[in-house]
Design a protein around this ligand. Structure first.
Ligand code: ASP
Length: 414
């Protein structure tokens, strides 16, 4: 068994976080490959090292001294080293880099990459693992894509029986210069390492306990979703679910490697497991209610971006259909999910299943108004005349679409 782990910026922010990382690795001997980010923020007012590196480079480009920013960067790493009691000579590398930077010999990408580079150097020394530079195994093609064949072979060759630590976020161009991925790209390096080594799992350690069912800025302490398929992950990029760089999915998915989002600050939490499919058959019907319960989600987070029927069609578990009502309803679902009047919901649940034989003359004024509200929400027009054919045609099309009607009723029930 081999587990490839990737630790994000907050997991690398200070010496205390390094210790947590070591505990996590020591708790499981299969965690032998470690990909690291640059040091992130220690608190909300702090700076990410990567941001400071870009800033430093910009100073030099404009002919402004970057000494104080450079100092902030180097002192963060020296502080971590000293607090961990490591005997690693970083000073000479810092001096050398600064000399080349001032002489405008360091590209923006190379400068940005140094955050991950120094993180990996320190982490390797702390763990007693071997340091493998990303420039020795992440090979870019001239067009900026990764040469996977060459990169995978190179990492396999570097992989000893013992553990290795490698920096995320960058690699090397065919001409030998450093190139970075886009921001947050250490996730991609981790996925490439997992794919290269045919890992059993790719653990992505961050500061949340997985993909949350709601945005923590809005909902207090939301639960993490235990299991998600790759398709659902792509589709359910609802509020705040951006825990992962989207390009990190492909390399592991291609090799059928499960991806586990974990929390460095809560290592006991199982996090979110993402895979191609979950085999065990629950014997439950695929209904909206069951789906939401299974994923510990609520209807609002699903309908904010998507609708259940379309999700089922795209996941190939329900047949495609192309009734014109689908488009109308799909748009209306996100509006309908916001209804919170008990009375209105009760009325709709009562009338929708028997819409084709309702006698409208018998509806009270209040009931007519509630039906009118429903009509307006779905078709974005008000009912001027309850006898008009156009109104009835629309209601009948809805009745004739069992899939849509069923989903609508389920949504209202939920
Ligand atoms: N340090 C880089 C960034 O902030 C890459 C990463 O952390 O994944 O974007």
């Amino acid at each position: 068994m081999l587990k490839v782990t990737k630790f994000g910026g907050s997991s690398m922010a200070d010496a205390g976080q390094y210790q947590k990382v070591r505990d996590i690795l020591m708790a499981d001997k299969e965690r032998r490959v470690v990909v690291v980010s640059a040091a992130g923020k220690r608190h909300s007012k702090d700076h990410k090292i990567t941001d400071l590196l870009y800033l430093c480079h910009a100073h030099v480009q404009y002919g402004v001294s970057c000494d104080s920013v450079y100092d902030m960067i180097t002192s963060r790493y020296l502080e971590i080293r000293d607090e961990l009691g490591l005997k690693l000579d970083l000073e000479s590398e810092f001096t050398e880099l600064k000399k080349r930077l001032d002489a405008k010999q360091v590209s923006q990408d190379e400068m940005a990459s140094r955050g991950e580079y120094f993180s990996a150097k320190l982490m390797a020394a702390f763990l007693g693992f071997q340091f493998v530079d990303a420039a020795e195994w992440v090979f870019f093609n001239i067009d900026g894509t990764v040469d996977k064949k060459k990169s995978y072979a190179a990492l396999k060759e570097q992989m000893t029986g013992e553990g290795i630590v490698t920096p995320g976020f960058y690699g090397v161009m065919p001409n030998g210069t450093i190139r970075t991925f886009s921001r947050g790209g250490s996730d991609i390096t981790g996925a490439l390492a997992a794919a290269a080594l045919d890992a059993d799992v790719y653990e992505n350690w961050t500061d949340v306990s997985g993909i949350l069912m709601a945005d923590p800025r809005i909902v207090d302490d939301p639960q993490a979703i235990a299991e998600v398929t790759y398709d659902e992950l792509r589709e359910l990029s609802y509020s705040g679910a951006q825990v992962l760089h989207e390009d990190a999915i492909f390399p592991v998915r291609e090799k059928n490697i499960p991806l586990n989002i974990r929390n460095t600050n809560d290592p006991q939490a199982p996090g979110t497991m993402i895979r191609e499919s979950f085999e065990e058959d629950s014997d439950q019907l695929l209904t909206l209610g069951n789906f939401l319960r299974y994923h510990h989600m609520d209807a609002r987070s699903l309908y904010a971006k998507y609708n259940f029927s379309r999700l089922c069609v795209e996941a190939c578990v329900r047949e495609a259909y192309s009734e014109p009502i689908e488009e109308t309803m799909t748009k209306a679902f996100s509006r309908l999910v916001a209804i919170d009047s008990r009375r209105w919901i009760q009325f709709l649940l009562d009338i929708l299943p028997r819409l084709d034989d309702v006698d409208f003359t018998k509806l009270s004024h209040m009931e007519q108004q509630m039906l009118n509200m429903f009509y307006t929400t779905v078709w974005q027009e008000t009912i001027e005349d309850f006898d008009a054919d156009a109104v009835w045609e629309r209601f009948y099309t809805l009745c004739d679409s069992p899939v849509m009607l069923q989903e609508l009723i389920e949504l209202l029930r939920y």
